[in-house]
Design a protein around this ligand. Structure first.
Ligand code: ZN
Length: 433
């Protein structure tokens, strides 16, 4: 090898080292401010756990702490946004109202610039509203509310110059958990679930926050899959054992944080209502469910790492946000027992032309994520979250509604169009501003 070739290799090598040492962000001149805070929200005493009615007793302990985390962002115009993620079953409407009120009163933050998302872990507490006249002392909800108010205050209080960037990768453990309704009834697999041919969204969008001159300080990532690796029954020596933990999403966050000092990793649940992580529960005789949750968590964390090592794109402002409700009507099967319509929240947040974040309430099937990304394509990256700002029941697409099954409560067939048109309306209104 001649000297020129050696020098050329050395220069190329330096280039690689330099690009890696930039960390995860794509440098731009756009100057954000960001602040991050987190708090443990594991119940201090054993409680009934959320998500499965089959459990026979309250929790027995904690396998992994549960967290609430807040990311406050401020664009160059001084417009602020707060994103809260929680290792909980869902965002109960009254909890949203409490946090919304606190954010408005203390920080003048309007509702459209507050996004709350729950990981949908089924190994968190079955938390409920404090009833009128009930003593709040020692009540889990009072504890949870105090922690949420605190992390918002801390995240806003810590706002400091930062850069935002985004990346994406894929992660494959989610499979469509419904049966294949396309198969004729005579097919031996017609009634079998999960469905390896069913729609999935294996994309892992990643938002990175880095303060100048420091390591990555926050990473927000998403996956469209039920956070239910453990299912309802965990056994130790054939005795039921219910332990608080964040399921795969909790272990993904823990893995990322263990690997990177000073990092707050935040999981945002995607449109995974009809998706489950596989394998799960006791599907493999020699693997305990908790091991699967840890394994899937590491797999998802490594997808986030892969994303950050791949194409990284800048995220610039300004922040533009809208939050409105659509009415979702139910089919009235029994006139004596009318089912009320649902007031359903749809939130759209635009980060300049670089990123559009759509946050939908409750348990949304994957069709919404796939359709919205397709229809809003070409206007920067589109990220669709479910389990945001509201909780309770499934939100089927028209396809799922027609097929029927577990994820198809009796909504009127216009449900999908109502939601999608509201997203499109808000998105185009924000773009025009
Ligand atoms: Zn669910």
């Amino acid at each position: 090898m001649n000297a020129m070739k050696l020098i050329a290799l050395w220069v190329v090598g330096l280039g690689l080292v330099a690009s890696r040492s930039l960390g995860a962000t794509a440098a731009t001149n756009y100057l954000w401010k960001a602040g991050v805070a987190s708090a443990v929200i594991t119940p201090q005493t054993n409680m009934w756990m959320a998500g499965y009615a089959a459990r026979k007793s309250p929790s027995h302990g904690t396998a992994q702490d549960l967290f609430a985390k807040a990311l406050a962002l401020e664009d160059e115009e001084g417009t602020r946004l707060v994103i809260i993620t929680m290792d909980l079953i869902g965002v109960r409407p009254w909890l949203r109202q409490f946090v919304e009120k606190h954010a408005a009163e203390r920080h003048k933050l309007p509702p459209e610039r507050l996004l709350m998302n729950a990981s949908h872990t089924h190994c968190g507490p079955e938390y409920r509203e404090i009833k009128e006249g009930e003593n709040a002392a020692g009540h889990y909800t009072a504890f949870l509310q105090e922690r949420l108010a605190r992390i918002i205050d801390e995240a806003v209080g810590r706002l400091a110059p930062a850069q935002l960037s985004q990346a994406r990768a894929r992660c494959g453990f989610a499979m469509n958990r419904r049966r294949n309704y396309q198969l004729p009834a005579t097919d031996p697999n017609a009634k079998k679930a999960p469905n390896p041919d069913g729609p999935v969204d294996h994309n892992v969008p990643v938002l990175m926050v880095q303060s100048p001159g420091t390591n990555l300080c926050a990473v927000l990532f998403s996956y469209a899959c039920h956070n239910t690796t453990l299912s309802s029954v965990s056994m130790t020596n054939n005795i039921p054992r219910y332990e608080f933990n964040g399921d795969y999403a909790g272990f993904a966050q823990e893995t990322l944080q263990n690997g990177r000092a000073g990092l707050t990793a935040m999981f945002m649940a995607g449109c995974g209502a009809d998706q489950n992580p596989y394998p799960r529960h006791y599907m493999v005789p020699y693997v305990r469910p908790l091991e699967f949750a840890q394994h899937h968590g590491r797999t998802l964390a490594y997808a986030v790492e892969a994303a950050m090592a791949a194409h990284v794109r800048p995220v610039r402002g300004p922040i533009r946000a809208a939050l409105e409700h659509v009415t979702l009507e139910r089919v009235q099967k029994d006139p004596k027992r009318p089912v009320p319509a649902r007031n359903y929240p749809v939130q759209v947040i635009r980060f300049g032309d670089d990123l559009t974040l759509v946050a939908l309430g409750a348990e949304v099937v994957v069709d919404y994520s796939l359709r919205l990304k397709r229809e809003l394509a070409g206007k920067g990256v589109v990220w669709v979250a479910g389990y945001s700002n509201d909780y309770g029941g499934y939100i089927p697409s028209l396809r799922v509604l027609k097929e029927g099954g577990y994820e198809a409560p009796d909504y009127k067939p216009d449900i999908e169009e109502r939601i999608v048109s509201k997203v499109r309306e808000l998105e185009s209104r924000l773009r025009a501003r």
